[in-house]
Design a protein. Sequence first.
Length: 276
Amino acid sequence: MPITLAQPSKSNIHPLAGLLRGFAVDFLTAHNAETAERIMSPSYRLDIGGVVFDGRDEEYLPATLEQLDQFPGLCVTVHDVVLGEDTIAMCFTEHGASLDDEGKQASWSGITFFYTDGERLLRGWAEEEYISRKRQLFIGECDPVEPPQTSPWDTQPKPANPVAEATARDWILEKRPLKDLPANNRLSPLDPDPTSLLEIRSSRINEIFSAGDRVVLHAQYEGIYVGGFGDLSPLLVGCQALLRFAAILTVRDNTVVAARITTDRLGLSRALRGLS
């Protein structure tokens, strides 16, 4: 009887989507460091929370594997994917149970984006809501996980859009991210509303790219701390402060019509605590 060979499966998954899936699923969710070695350049650098992890093996992997050891069942749920011209981004939630906190569970959101050579990650930027993780592990109550994007890895790349980028820059300068954030009924003095922490004096965009009507960026606001952290001394009100954030925006007709924002409130809190 003749043997019929299976035909290779057809796939519409773009290599950039496959690269991002490798990061979110094959590396982080599967806890497989060998995947990181395959999808990341040895010189990979990540900027997160004002800290730069310089070098895949020297700094990035040890720090990431330490978190995976703390959360041995950690999963990554992806809510949004953007693919540009050798640039990729996603909004996600990490969730799991912490061995360092008697098995208490937490879920915390983040935004990350990467510059690539089409095959490997070269440079990364990210922010994660670590302060909400801290709050959940302290009180022992886990936040719900937002539903995933139905088909994130079927996203297709879009060309750069300088007009959309210009609109996004104006939106940042107008301080809209901290004016337009939706209400969150889980916020508390341990996890304060980011819109109430700073009197903004200046802003800076650190990195930005666009893909069609989507704009991805990392930026920061500098100004005066006006209070909000319940575990910090009120004497710190009036101190110079800096709040970093990452954003994925949707721009149509020269208007930002949707935004996902992740702020580094934990970094702000720690910087202020260091002044006391």
